[in-house]
Design a protein around this ligand. Structure first.
Ligand code: 3PG
Ligand code: MG
Length: 364
């Protein structure tokens, strides 16, 4: 697949102005970067470019969703400080690309303007590869374009996850079942079992005719072939909260009351699923088991700890899942933490991404 995509390894960049699209869309609080995985992932490429004698490195990035206008709290300067702490490689960082509406509109004139800043383009923003935006798919129309080191590694590791060994396990959590139907169908073909958590599980609980109380479900029904697949596992017990109260309890899913909602997988389920994880040859995991951002993290953390403790080869992605796994120390050769969330899921579903296709074309 990557055969047609050229690598930064093979690029002659000496004396050239190199334009690098990075994903510095990192969580920030009070001007401080909370998680720098995506920044660190881009550094080996920057170091390589410096070693190869690039005349200038210009970084292109976005932060948040400013909707085509300048938003003070989303200036790149906050991220820049952290990048300079992490590397001595000199670079210029362009202001948030999404301050210009033409970035998300994939405007050709904007892509051409950006391309004019450099002589060669490197995509080192795997996490944005599902976005057909000007800086991702537009610039390669105008400049010779290559994949960064991390970009290549992401594609290589995720491609391996599409040819898993026999008996491998996929764990999928998060929300919006309707957007994950093709992925879940594909994983059921490739993996021995698919464990479903988060709000995704609620949809299957409902489709299987079980009570789901006031739990979050999507409007689109689950296709019958998914709902009836016995290798698709849903939690047997869960943590419930009651509408309008902070009280929580755990119980069997079948015993949920009308006024209760599922907010995490329960202790019996996390124990059983952790046991499964410890016994398989490979695990693919994207998405938390509970409402992670509201602090319902126990189920996700139990699985993350067991995954790391047992040393099972794995590919893990999505911000919350990556954060959960990263609380523990692990061998990065065994557990690959993808910088991508949506990009990872779309690559798994489609086997390619708009950014990958863009890198294959010959510039005008
Ligand atoms: C991400 O965080 O998923 C990427 O940086 C892309 O950002 P987006 O979801 O706002 O397009
Ligand atoms: Mg996203």
């Amino acid at each position: 697949m990557m055969a047609e995509v050229k690598s930064v390894r093979d690029a002659g960049v000496s004396g050239k102005r190199v334009l690098v699209r990075v994903d510095f869309n990192v969580p920030i609080k009070d001007g401080k970067v909370l998680d720098d995985l995506r920044i660190r992932a881009a550094l080996p490429t920057l170091e390589l470019l410096q070693k190869k004698g690039a005349a200038k490195i210009i970084l292109l990035a976005h932060l948040g969703r400013p909707d085509g206008k300048a938003v003070e709290g989303l200036r790149m300067a906050q991220v820049e400080a952290r990048v300079r702490e992490l590397t001595a490689v000199p670079f210029e960082l362009h202001e948030n690309l999404r301050f210009d509406p033409r970035e998300e509109q994939n405007d050709d004139a904007f892509a051409k303007e950006l391309a004019g800043l450099g002589d060669i383009f490197i995509n080192e923003a795997f996490a944005d590869s599902h976005r057909a935006h000007a800086s991702i798919v537009g610039i390669p129309k105008f400049l010779p374009s290559l994949a960064g080191l991390r970009f290549e590694e992401e594609v290589r590791r995720l491609s391996l996850a599409l040819t898993p060994p026999q008996g491998a396990l996929a764990v999928i959590g998060g929300v919006k079942f309707e957007t994950k139907v093709p992925l879940i169908k594909k994983l059921l073909e490739l993996y021995a079992e698919v464990l479903l958590g988060g709000a995704l599980a609620n949809d299957v609980i409902k489709a299987r005719g079980l009570p789901f109380g006031g739990s979050l479900v999507s409007d689109t029904p689950v296709p019958e072939e998914i709902a009836s697949n016995e290798r698709l596992l849903i939690p047997e017990d869960a943590i419930f909260t009651e509408t309008g109260s902070n009280a929580e309890r755990s119980g069997r899913v079948v015993d949920i009351r009308a006024e209760e909602s599922i907010i995490d997988i329960g202790p019996a389920t996390s124990k059983r699923w952790a046991e499964k994880i410890s016994k398989v040859p490979f695990v693919l995991w994207n998405g938390p088991m509970g409402i992670y951002e509201q602090g319902y993290r126990d189920g996700t953390d139990v699985l993350a700890e067991e995954l790391v403790r047992s040393g099972i080869p794995a590919v893990v992605g999505g911000g919350d899942t990556a954060a959960a796994v990263s609380k523990f120390s692990f061998d990065p050769q065994k557990v690959f933490v993808s910088t991508g969330g949506g990009a990872m899921l779309q690559f798994l579903a489609d086997g390619t991404l708009p950014a990958i296709e863009a890198l294959k074309q010959v510039p005008r």
